[in-house]
Design a protein around this ligand. Sequence first.
Ligand code: ADP
Ligand code: GLC
Length: 471
Amino acid sequence: MEIIHVSAECYPVAKAGGLGDVVGALPKYQNESGHIAKVVMPMYRTKFLLENEWEVVHKGRTNLGDWWFDYTIIKEKTNKLGFDLYLVDIYGLLDRDKVYGYADDSERFTAFQICVVDWISVWGHQPDVVHVHDHHTALIPFILRYCYKYQHLANIPTVLTIHNAQYQGWLGWDKSYYLPPWDPWKWGMLEWNNSINPLASGIKCAWKVTTVSWSYLDELKHSANGLESLFEYEKGKCVGILNGIDTGVWDPAKDKYIENHFTSVTSDEGKKTNKQILCDTFGLDPQKPLIVFIGRLVGEKGADILPTVISDAYYYIGRKMCFLILGSGFPEVEEQLERLKQLSQNDYNVYIGYNESLSHLMYAGADYLLMPSRVEPCGLNQMYSMRYGTVPMVRRTGGLKDTVIDYGEDGGYGIVYNWASVGDVTHGIWRAVELYNDKKKVKSIRDKMMHLDFSWETSVKQYIEVYRSLR
Ligand code: ADP
Ligand code: GLC
């Protein structure tokens, strides 16, 4: 099968979060299983772009409303990532340093999607499926089905994967003319709550919709940032498929970002050395359990409660643990976390920013990874941490619920709590401190976690089944 993934992110080209990791891995494993998977994404001005060789495969001209522009499709020459990678270059619009965060993001991603369809429309053949990811690419199923110019592509099956339904890409109806002329009887396929809602449109128009875990799909029927009734209505075409992790990139035995490699057999020594490096770097006491948080400092991740959780833990449990935080996000949260540094007694530090290599060292050297998420469609951090022998401390929600079993339950290995509340999370920390003293138990939990299978194999098969069902 020929599968075209269209996405705003793809690791290592451009990554803002887990979407990048997934789109950087899934196509690779689909290719390994005998299919032809390709990725199309915007050409941002990234390091990867500058360091690799490219060839021009198509030049075209199209329009976003009354703005006509030229675009170019370039292809990475050496199949470096294990799949064909195509970038869409729109001069002045996409070639920027960051993936998101610009005032004209709607224009950027709408123009990108139009170019992708415009390019596919001149191919001599049709792909078996166009697989789009999140709201930035979710207008493609509509464009393929209802834009007059592309009617000859209307029978190409489309799949939308929802990595995060909080963000929907809302556009005012005054921007409806951005899209290539479309059948006005179909306006309802764009509309949700008096605006154009790209994610809702994708759910309505894609042939199949997947979410990145089973529990998240269930939750969306009750909590989907306004789209609950749509998920209920469309449940027949929705399916949950849990993400895998790229075990080539995330492997403590050969991770390119860390120097001290280890396996489940050498984990005691390996983790200790990595922890020592972290503690030396951040002025922390290596004798105490090290609890880390890695992620976006936003409400979805429960980051706003971290400052109170940390001070409460010191107050009620005592200074028996160290915390190290890596992330960026809400300025108030960043500021509160920075301020806590003043109170550190060699047991607290924070790194505000994005740092890929530090994140790997933290998965490798920490004892625990804290994830008090309010919403977690899948979550990759907990799977990375388990592969590196670090016990996840997660809230029972979405993909966290599907991947972590509390160590108090039969066959369990993590610390699981019900609410993203200061009390529940602090109680989890108390359990972590208690567990840390039981070295034998920690060792057996670590062994169990490091042998869990979070590879892409099963999920790849499930995606292929989904594609086949559309033929
Ligand atoms: P989300 O996509 O919602 O942010 P995921 O758990 O799916 O959450 O994926 C987050 C990814 O981003 C992981 O690879 C994690 O290691 C990485 N990450 C998040 N914040 C940072 C950061 N500040 N520095 C480095 N990596 C980060
Ligand atoms: C989103 C979700 C996260 C998920 C990731 C990859 O960013 O917030 O839970 O793991 O996408 O699917």
